[in-house]
Write a protein that binds this ligand. Structure first.
Ligand code: UD1
Length: 353
């Protein structure tokens, strides 16, 4: 790992759930940080603060080229967290996802090129993989097709081998895996990566994409169509309701603590000393199931046990858990918050209204 000195940074989306933890960690690492954030209503129900941990917040949209150009003045590197996240509500969300995530990234990258800012850390997501890694006893490593509506409606949640239909064994997905986004949000995240890679190649710049797995922790948005499942379960339990676990609860995810994600960004910034594009999983390396997460939260909060509903969402993938190895080898990043400790803190931590 190459270590670089103090850097003047712009953190887009730096007032959001993950962005504010990233801002705090970058400040603690000694960097100078300015924040650009639009206060998007999908993530913010309250007016933006004027500072995040002392870093000044400029309220502007990443699609606003004039505001972005002004915010890049004197900046050495950009940490791009601004995005619309989650599964959304329906396809009416499509233009806003593409606008915020892809047009926003395009405006940012072109402004960076004009300003000669050649270092980017990009918040990407494990959703770029679609389904995670699977193996069939007979056919080895395989990539199952998206699950059909008929399979899901019949409660057949596990994808089968595309060649023989046999049950598959889920494994750890690494950064060489095929990229196959299966939701609008996932498609916009992959487009961001492609744009960043092209930008890095054409300008001789450096871009590091961090493929976050399921981030949880203090400040998570409470309970919106754009919230992650840990916050949805916690909000239900806080209201005395059982968490509603979709499918059969056996879907595997890697829940990674937001402070670990922030630490990964600090490490990734150092890696932008090397030109080119490189992507990394940001994961704990300790997968669990959604059902187990619901039970752990219910136990920690003394609430009713989860209800497994059999509901399903179009575009959801079954299992996606990561190998954290490349980030460990090349960035020196290892998640440090054990899930039990993270949950014990999370059940009492303030959430975002
Ligand atoms: C999540 C994030 C996404 C991020 C990705 C990787 C959200 C909404 N999604 O995707 O932005 O890029 O991790 O970091 O933050 N579920 C239930 N009950 C519910 C809601 C969901 O059982 O009430 C299940 C879903 O069916 C799914 C699992 O929980 O199987 C996870 O869902 P979710 O938290 O939305 O996350 P991902 O789709 O994995």
């Amino acid at each position: 790992m190459v270590t670089v000195g103090l850097v003047r940074l712009l953190v887009t989306g730096g007032a959001g759930f993950i962005g504010s933890h990233v801002t705090t960690a970058l400040l603690a690492a000694g960097h100078h940080v300015g924040v650009l954030d639009v206060g998007h209503p999908a993530a913010h129900r309250r007016p933006l603060p004027s500072t995040v941990d002392g870093a000044e917040v400029q309220r502007a949209d990443v699609r606003d080229a004039t505001a972005v150009e002004a915010a890049l003045n004197g900046v050495d590197a950009v940490v791009h967290q601004a995005a619309m996240v989650g599964m959304g509500v329906d396809l009416d969300d499509l233009p806003e996802y593409v606008g915020c995530n892809d047009l926003g990234t395009a405006v940012l990258l072109s402004a960076m090129a004009r300003a000669g800012v050649g270092r980017l850390v990009l918040a990407s997501s494990m959703v770029v993989y679609g389904e995670g890694a699977y193996a069939c006893d007979a056919h080895g490593a395989v990539s199952p097709a998206p699950r059909t509506e008929a399979d899901l409606a019949a409660g057949r949640f596990e994808p089968g081998c595309p060649q023989c239909g046999a049950p598959l064994v889920p494994g750890l997905v690494d950064e060489h895996a095929r990229l196959e986004p299966r939701s609008v949000y996932a498609a916009t995240k992959l487009a961001q990566e492609h744009l960043a890679a092209v930008w890095a190649r054409q300008t001789g710049a450096a871009a590091v994409a961090l493929r976050y797995h399921n981030v949880y922790g203090p400040g998570m948005p409470r309970d919106t169509p754009y919230s992650g499942v840990a916050a949805i379960f916690r909000s239900a339990l806080a209201a005395g309701r059982a968490p509603r676990v979709f499918e059969d609860g056996g879907q595997r995810r890697d829940f990674v603590h937001v402070r670990d994600v922030a630490a990964a960004n600090v490490a990734a910034l150092d890696a932008t000393a090397t030109k080119g594009f490189r992507a990394y999983n940001v994961a704990s390396g300790r997968p669990t199931t959604v059902g187990a997460m619901a039970t752990a939260l219910a136990d920690a909060m003394g609430g009713p046990p989860p209800t497994v509903t059999g509901e399903y969402r179009a575009g959801d993938v079954r299992h996606v858990v990561a190998s954290p190895r490349r980030a460990a080898d090349e960035l020196g990043f290892r998640a440090g918050v054990p899930l039990g400790e993270g949950i014990a803190e999370f059940v009492h931590a303030p959430l975002r209204a």
